[in-house]
Design a protein around this ligand. Sequence first.
Ligand code: PAF
Length: 284
Amino acid sequence: MEIINRRQRMFSISRKLRRENKKVAFVATMGALHAGHISLIKEARQSADVVIVSIFVNPVQFNDKNDLLKYPRDLTSDAAMLAEYDVDYVFAPEESEIYPEGFSTYVYVEGVSESLEGASRPGHFRGVATVVTILFNTVRPDQAFFGAKDAQQIAVIKRMTTDLGFDTEIVVVPTVREESGLAMSSRNENLTPEEREKAAVIFKGLREAKLAFRSGTRNGSKLIGIVQKAIESEPLARIDYVAAVDAETLEHVEKIEDKETILSTAVYFGNVRLIDNVVLNRRQ
Ligand code: PAF
């Protein structure tokens, strides 16, 4: 496994891999790797000849400076974990490699970036779309793997990939959960043991709504109500939003018919903000 810090070196490796007709799978991360990332890497490993993982804490996608400062960074232990899973290259650039002096070009995906996470975290998806564009242009992957927990991020990246004509397939990997049902996230480390235990209520609420959907409830507001009621039963939880949205456009869905719909929520435990979702009417 080679750790690459320079963009020029990454460029020349991706040029060489293309010349050799290798299939390249890419997993973009901000480090602080956990079982959720490992499941992306395992899928990537099965699917391609070469696996490239990036580790870059992207300052442009943080709208809260404290959140950026608090973000865990440990390249040595992340790299040790990646070596165990047979990763070929780790791209871990300094900030100045990605955003050199004078940087002034940003990618903004209209519509799909604006609701839910986009409304609660202004500028977040502009930062994500910009860095993913730079990473895709640097790595030139055939496939890129993202976790289903970040449903809106996936919708933004898919839209952007189509609109900007990237020759990269976006592969979505199911959310990995702790035993309690809590979705794996680097942010779980910032919860107290009590909050971490109680945060299982998020998935419990989503699962109850999914069961109601399976039993025939098709009204978006009713399903939202089921999730809200379950989460509000936990005094430590503070809901930011619960929404039923079209998986592709992120527009609110009132009556769920045959389009893939996401029931999505963001919930605070203390000052830790957790997101999760379930898919209704999954497209095959
Ligand atoms: O999901 C993440 O960890 C980040 O948003 C990503 C895709 C690595 C871009 O910085």
